[in-house]
Design a protein around this ligand. Structure first.
Ligand code: FOL
Length: 171
């Protein structure tokens, strides 16, 4: 069996910010809809802080298997759910995710993105054309990453952004 492809997905401000105080710094419903549509039917892999940041009514993210990475040995998701798996590190999380046989989406946060980029095939970035204050930053995509598509939009609140797909160049 060929392992499922690993995708990263995040939204970032012009200055690289992805989060502030464990929340998204912006309100961008069009991007949330895009995130939901992209990850639907797949497996989402996230760090424990990202799990904590999800709105309780969307925890676990519905219609997707959820894998949470934490070093805390006794950690259990609340609410308990058949569709939540707990992993002790990223390697174990990706093994668990790949065994489910669906597309794998790494959904953050900053620590998990930084660790998983080297293992990813494709990265979907919502690039927001404005700087935001924050304390969590996107990983930097090196020159091996090539932009393969870009779709420009303006949100209902006037914020310009683009859905951009990057693929790793074959070595
Ligand atoms: N990727 C992108 N492109 N944008 C994001 O905002 C984003 N956020 C995270 C990871 N990757 C991202 C992590 N943070 C929800 C909330 C925060 C979050 C991820 C998801 C969430 O509530 N999602 C619901 C949709 C809610 C709605 O429709 O308003 C879901 O079902 O996916």
């Amino acid at each position: 069996m060929t392992p499922a492809r690993i995708h990263l997905i995040f939204a970032r401000a012009r200055n690289g910010v992805i989060g502030r105080d464990n929340q998204l710094p912006w309100h961008l419903p069009e991007d949330m809809a895009f995130f939901k549509q992209k990850t639907a039917g797949g497996t989402v892999v996230m760090g424990r802080k990202t799990w904590d940041s999800l709105p309780p009514r969307f925890r676990p993210l519905p219609g997707r298997d959820n894998v949470v990475v934490t070093r805390q040995s006794g950690w259990q998701p609340s609410p308990a759910s058949e569709r939540v798996h707990v992993a002790a590190d990223l390697e174990q999380a990706l093994a668990t995710a790949q065994a489910l046989g669906q597309p794998v989406w790494v959904i953050g946060g900053a620590q998990i993105y930084a660790q998983s980029l080297a293992l990813a095939d494709e990265v979907w970035v919502t690039e927001i054309d404005q700087d935001f204050d924050g304390d969590a930053h996107a990983p930097v995509l090196g020159s091996q990453w090539q932009e393969v598509s870009r779709e420009r939009h303006t949100s209902s609140n006037g914020l310009p952004f683009a859905f951009v797909c990057y693929q790793r160049q074959p070595a």
